[in-house]
Design a protein around this ligand. Structure first.
Ligand SMILES: NC(=O)c1ccc[n+]([C@@H]2O[C@H](COP(=O)([O-])OP(=O)(O)OC[C@H]3O[C@@H](n4cnc5c(N)ncnc54)[C@H](OP(=O)(O)O)[C@@H]3O)[C@@H](O)[C@H]2O)c1
Length: 285
């Protein structure tokens, strides 16, 4: 009898609490990582990290246009996106060439009517002693990694600002924060990508456009596999990573989907590090 009475009292309390919660919370789920109905563009989205993010955004529900310079990589990624049941476009673009980005934006707007999400993942690097680094290399790396990111933000940011909605994710690096041996141009470009991200976040904060960055740790891709495999650098990077392994590109998808989603509506100017503990670490053994 006592048990029944207690149970009834608890049930009544829970109902009162649930009624209160229903009154004070919006009817739509407050927490959503669903990207259904969103349109995403991923520049440098056809191999490595960009490819994984393109497929991940499609798995989360978005239509995704993954662009880069090589047509066969664009085709390969488009097939993968369509296999998720999402729409895409097959169009190349060079972040070093504003006209190709504008043509891509025009095609996306014509086909999908809007662009909600932009990921700037195009990047190149070269390891060379800084004392002798040719200016041509320096300029090429800065032009792709930094100015290319600016071009992407400008070309796709404009329609986002006009519509009052956008999510931009720039790909930074551990070298945005700490020195990496003999990659001065790459590190300078990635430090500046963080600065650009924060500046645009502040400029566009009242206009519905959030600008954030992801700083990946070490992921073996076409960009770095030779360096990781043929020099002592790979061993050192593993030693410095508390998880003692390189990342899998799929492990960046959760961060990208979060920043692309309405769950991140109040997040802007943030750099989300996905690095197995690298930046947190001092001594690992
Ligand atoms: N792997 C890592 O450990 C790591 C760590 C931190 C940050 N990142 C950054 O992550 C991003 C992706 O790199 P990744 O490691 O995945 O290497 P990746 O496989 O070589 O990817 C680089 C992508 O950028 C594209 N790209 C290069 N120049 C371009 C241009 N001018 N216009 C358009 N697309 C261009 C390439 O495609 P096309 O050649 O077909 O144009 C390729 O799809 C880069 O920004 C890189 O700096 C990588």
């Amino acid at each position: 009898m006592q048990y029944t009475h207690d149970t009834m009292r608890k049930t009544q309390t829970r109902r009162r609490f649930q009624t209160k919660r229903r009154v004070s919370f919006p009817e739509e789920p407050f927490f959503s990582m669903n990207l259904n109905g969103k349109t995403a563009v991923v520049l440098g989205g056809t191999t490595g990290i960009g490819h994984a993010i393109s497929v991940g955004l499609a798995e989360a529900g978005a239509d995704v246009v993954a662009a880069s310079r090589r047509p066969h990589e664009v085709d390969r990624t488009a097939e993968r996106i369509e296999a998720e049941g999402r729409r895409t476009l097959r169009q190349t673009a060079d972040v070093g060439n504003r006209e190709t980005l504008q043509a891509l934006a025009d095609a996306v707007l014509q086909t999908f009517g809007k662009v909600d999400i932009l990921v700037n993942a195009a990047g190149i690097t070269k390891k060379v002693p800084t004392l002798d680094a040719p200016e041509a290399d320096w300029n090429a790396i800065l032009d792709t990694n930094l100015t290319g990111t600016l071009r992407g933000c400008q070309v796709f940011g404009r329609p986002m600002l006009e519509r009052g909605y956008g999510r931009i994710i720039n790909i930074a690096s551990l070298s945005s924060f700490v020195g990496f041996y003999q990659v001065a141009a790459y590190a300078a470009s990635k430090a500046a990508v963080v600065s650009l991200t924060k500046t645009l976040a502040v400029e566009w904060a009242t206009q519905g456009v959030c600008v954030n960055a992801i700083a990946p740790g070490v992921f073996r891709t076409a960009l770095n596999s030779e360096l990781l495999d043929t020099t002592g650098r790979g061993r050192e990077l593993l030693l410095r990573t508390p998880m003692q392994r390189f990342g899998k590109v799929e492990e960046l998808v959760g961060a990208a989907v979060f920043l692309a989603s309405d769950s991140a509506a109040f997040v802007t100017g943030e750099v989300l590090t996905v690095d197995g503990g690298f930046l947190a670490s001092g001594v690992n053994q």
